[in-house]
Design a protein around this ligand. Sequence first.
Ligand SMILES: C[S@@+](CC[C@H](N)C(=O)[O-])C[C@H]1O[C@@H](n2cnc3c(N)ncnc32)[C@H](O)[C@@H]1O
Length: 207
Amino acid sequence: MKTVQTCDLVSEIMMPKRFSPSCERNKQPIFDQLAIYFKHSQVVLEIGSGTGQHAVFFAPQMPHLNWHTSDMPENHASVSAWIAEFGSDNIAHPIEFTVGQDVWPCIEVDAVFTANTTHIMQPHEAQAMMAMVANNLPSGGVFCQYGPMIVNGDYSCDNDREFDESLQQRGFGGICDIQQLESWAKGMVLVAKIPMPANNFLLVWNK
Ligand SMILES: C[S@@+](CC[C@H](N)C(=O)[O-])C[C@H]1O[C@@H](n2cnc3c(N)ncnc32)[C@H](O)[C@@H]1O
């Protein structure tokens, strides 16, 4: 049974650096794909960096690019703490960016990454994220989007159905259908739909 990572975070009270067990589990399989799809990227914006674990795992292994973290302000201390301990020259401290509330960050990026944010966001925020990424990536830009997804109206497994119900009961937006994301991502083309461990997907979009 999946658990939402906001609950999954084992907060160390008074310690800014938080830890997500699921990040530790999924970071290598995600990296294996990013190494392919971000091979020619130069500047990446990560939306919803969470604890910061993904950024410090990915960026040092891709020294050809600059990685910009971002999230709501309450997560910045953890992201910065991970960067302070494990960061590299090509990771920037978090930008305040709440999708649905803030304007697109003032940096030119040619790639965007987000993990486990789409099902947490409210539907209007997920819609805004797809549109903003599509509007702000340059031609040839890449968007890698990881998380649970509904495919043609079907859950990947019974666990995802229960997970979705529990997300919505707790006030999160819930798992999106990939077709819905495509309708929101006008100007981008879904070029890969990669099955990942634990019934997740990595969606790769090209502008
Ligand atoms: C389940 S956590 C995932 C964190 C991290 N990406 C990971 O994979 O471990 C969801 C993240 O989405 C962020 N988030 C939720 N709604 C958001 C919004 N409207 N704009 C930006 N980030 C948002 C949360 O702050 C949180 O960091």
